[in-house]
Design a protein around this ligand. Structure first.
Ligand code: TEU
Length: 538
């Protein structure tokens, strides 16, 4: 039976290092995840997305993969991963894994071989080794900058000590970009897909899906580039890769799926990745970046729906992930918008306001048609940790930016599960968590929220259950309702479901005769207060 589960799935993102520690070394692992599967089932999500669990030196938290067919010992073993897929399925949870095809680790056998084999060798053709500019090749081959700051090129020192060519890395130097024009790279990744599909995974999240192909000749970006036409992203050839992958995926039964991390300036560009013979869905970063403003939110929802309609792909809704500032903190700032270059980690944030808005945002996203992502800790209302001491920061963006960007560790703090040291993240007597948890998080732990009817966790559970029961069966559309300035209001139907969000500074009346199904906060005197969402049956 075809269920099209991926069109309306609630997918929970597990950042493995920080979810739960089973073996007591202070780092999350597969054993930890396995022990928490009942929690995830009870939460009411449909699928889990695991950030990279492969063998990795962890220069970028596992997005530097040294072996795509094995599990890092920090996290467990391949056998444990296989068992985890089975166990997740037994809990009614599908499994998506993170595929990182743009680059590998500098410790991957291919890159080590390439360095050892020397200039002009076939081993080097799997990457972008290019002679430098300037009289003696002392300048990088072009002006590209790394997404993590600094040049996207690092010069090689050859075995004999001489200065060699440069190699391309759009992220950290420990993450050399692969040359996707090389047939071996294509063949290898097709084989990696099959390796994991054979092990029962239900699909893949594709890292930097827009970045694999580069413009021929690697031209300079120049001083005033057209951001829709950069030489290192969204090159047309990338679509052929996804067409060939889609064919492979479709050979397997069980409705396997691809979700792309497609981060591009226009909805038209993103939609091309979602044509029927390419990826099934992509993250909606425009929504994540949107300011807390009724007109802006309505506009981004409208544009999302309009952008997806021509390719008949389901929209997705996401508020936070392991690369962004947690939305409880974003929504409590004076400027609630976000972009990937957001360096305002230290901006003050009103925690009460941020929490109220985050609850309202949860009910908004969970009411919209399409798929939805929950980043671990969203359901607990975790804020960004803004005061990590410099010495503890591990994200490479911190060092690469000379400290200007404090990095993404603040949204990657180990989860609080209960009382005690490490707030139940690790078993008793374990090493300290790899990043310290704020003491105040004991009040946000799963145990603290579990039975509290007012908690974030209770709200998420109730919303996910109602969504599954009432909204998932509905057509993938909404009808806007005129509801006054500062509000966002739409109906889903048939069946008389209404979602009303009040973003204005004054309370708005509840529609007469409507039954309240769920609200993100108290509704005094028949009104919806500011920064509150309510789900209604008309
Ligand atoms: O992110 C790609 C991406 O666009 C972001 O890295 C962004 O530029 C960056 O977070 C700014 O700080 C993916 C992963 O989600 C991210 O965790 C990895 O670091 C990155 O790819 C490299 O693999």
């Amino acid at each position: 039976m075809t269920t099209h589960w991926w069109r309306h799935a609630a997918i929970y993102q597990i950042y493995v290092r920080s979810f739960a520690d089973g073996d007591g070394d202070g780092t999350g692992d597969l054993a930890g995840v396995r022990s928490r599967l009942p929690y995830l089932r009870e939460l009411g999500v449909d699928a889990l997305w695991f950030t990279p669990w492969y063998t990795s030196p962890m220069a970028d938290g596992g997005y530097d993969v040294a072996d795509y067919r094995d599990i890092d010992p920090l996290f467990g073993t391949l056998a444990e991963a296989e068992q985890l897929v089975v166990a997740a399925h037994e809990h009614g949870l599908r499994v998506l894994i993170d595929l990182v095809p743009n680059h590998c680790s500098d410790q991957h056998v291919w890159f080590r071989d390439a360095l050892a084999a020397g200039p002009g060798s076939p081993e080097r053709e799997r990457f972008w080794f290019v002679p430098g500019r300037g009289g003696s090749g002392e300048l990088p081959p072009n002006d590209w900058t790394s997404y993590f700051g600094g040049s996207a090129w690092t010069r090689v020192t050859e075995a004999d000590g001489s200065a060699g060519p440069w190699y391309l890395h759009m992220f950290a130097p420990e993450q050399p970009d692969l040359n996707w024009e090389h047939p071996e790279i294509r063949a290898e990744f097709e084989d990696i897909l099959r390796f994991w599909l054979d092990r029962g995974v239900d699909g893949f999240r594709i890292d930097v899906a827009h970045g694999l192909e580069k413009k021929p000749g690697l031209p300079d970006v120049g001083p005033d580039p057209d951001v829709t036409d950069l030489p290192y992203q969204d090159c047309d050839a990338v679509h052929d890769i996804y067409r060939s992958w889609r064919k492979i995926l479709d050979e397997y039964d069980g409705e396997r799926t691809f979700v792309g991390e497609v981060w591009l300036p226009t909805p038209e560009q993103s939609a091309r990745y979602l044509r029927p013979d390419e990826l099934h869905s992509a993250f909606n970063f425009d929504f994540l970046c949107c300011a807390w403003d009724a007109d802006a939110l309505r506009r981004v929802v409208e544009e999302t729906l309009a952008g997806h309609a021509p390719v008949a792909a389901p929209p997705t809704w996401v508020l936070s992930n392991h690369d962004t500032i947690r939305h409880v903190t974003r929504y409590g700032r004076a400027d609630t918008s976000f972009d990937m270059g957001d360096k305002r980690l230290l901006d003050p944030s009103d925690p009460v306001l941020g929490r109220r808005r985050a609850r309202a945002a949860a009910l908004l996203t969970l009411a919209l048609p399409g798929g939805v992502y929950v980043y671990q800790g969203d359901e607990l209302g975790l804020p960004e940790v803004q005061d990590l001491p410099d010495a503890l920061i591990q994200d490479p963006t911190f060092v690469r930016s000379g400290g200007a960007d404090r990095g993404r560790d603040g949204c990657r703090i180990p989860l609080p599960w209960g009382p005690g040291p490490s707030l139940g993240f690790s078993p008793e007597g374990a090493a300290a968590p790899w990043l310290p948890q704020p003491e105040s998080w004991s009040a946000l732990s799963v145990a603290a929220q579990h039975t509290d009817p007012e908690s974030f966790l209770t709200l998420y559970r109730a919303a996910l259950a109602l969504r599954r029961e009432r909204l998932v069966p509905l057509p993938e559309s909404l009808t806007w309702v005129e509801s006054g300035a500062g509000t966002v209001c739409f109906d889903r139907g048939p069946g008389g479901f209404r979602c009303l969000l009040n973003v204005s500074a004054a309370p708005v009346p509840l529609p007469r005769g409507a039954e309240v199904l769920l609200a993100s906060g108290p509704l005094p005197d028949g009104t919806v207060p500011p920064d509150t969402t309510v789900w209604l049956a008309l």
